[in-house]
Design a binder for this molecule. Structure first.
Ligand code: SAM
Length: 234
């Protein structure tokens, strides 16, 4: 997968990309992530990227010219159309696991992180193919949402996680939450690991995990269960 990210704060995103799973995925050549400073395409000697909003009101707006120039330049370098040009925005489609699964199949993504009051609407109308929100709250910039999206996608790419089954048994992958996890020691501060997990009986462990997942989902997130399941719980 190839990901380009346009931001006004490139240094803000670099550290998370240089650690842990995201770092290893890049080192293994499973994903290329390129961070671009919007000021590269800024206007004039001050490399201006923002301006006052028409109609007044507080906050600056990212001007269209640098974003149009940036997208055109990156598109030219890529040599083929992006599968999606995604603007991170609180009024976009809310990111969930099915959307992450779908986007993880893309080969080329361009992400645009907004700032201040947002980006000029003409960029959204003419260039952006998808708008994604990470939840119903407003952050100061699109950098953290872009990182959230990148992390959610990259961990799904084949070969990124040491154990491919790990991502498949995570919460939301099949509509259930994940089962409780335990590690050593078997006894800690008077609390024991459930006997079944140390029994070596793989069939019994699988059944226990399924029961735990269903029970936990019924208790914490009944909205995830199909309607007939929700009714039978009551
Ligand atoms: N005026 C915008 C609104 O009310 O919809 C909010 C702008 S916000 C202060 C600045 C930037 O942060 C946005 O352009 C967007 O890129 C990013 N952002 C903030 N909250 C977000 C969220 N929940 N999901 C995705 N991006 C978000």
């Amino acid at each position: 997968m190839h990901i380009d990210l346009i931001t006004v704060l490139p240094n803000l995103v670099r550290s998370p990309l240089d650690h842990s799973i995201l770092q290893r995925a890049q080192e293994k050549g499973l994903v290329e992530i390129h961070v671009h400073d919007l000021r590269e395409w800024g206007l004039g000697s001050y490399r201006q990227i923002d301006d006052l909003p028409y109609g007044g009101g507080g906050g600056m707006v990212l001007r269209p010219e640098p974003l149009f120039a940036g997208v055109a330049s990156l598109q030219k370098d890529l040599g083929q159309p992006y599968d999606e040009i995604i603007y991170l925005t609180p009024d976009g489609e809310t990111l969930d696991q099915p959307l992450a699964n779908r986007l993880s199949l893309c080969k080329n993504l361009l992400l645009i992180a907004g700032h201040y009051k947002g980006i000029d609407q003409r960029v959204r109308d003419a260039l952006v193919t998808r708008e994604v929100s990470i939840g119903d709250y407003v952050l100061s910039g699109g950098e953290l949402p872009a990182l959230v999206l990148i992390d959610a996608l990259v961990r799904l790419l084949p070969g990124v996680l040491g154990d491919a089954n790990s991502a498949l048994s995570d919460s939301f992958q099949d509509g259930l939450l994940d089962a409780p996890a335990y590690t050593r020691p078997p006894e800690f501060k008077g609390m024991s690991v459930p006997d079944v997990l140390t029994s070596g009986d793989h069939g019994a462990i699988l059944s226990w995990r399924e029961e735990q997942r269903t029970e936990k989902t019924q208790r914490l997130r009944p909205d995830l269960l199909p309607p007939e399941h929700e009714e039978s719980v009551e």
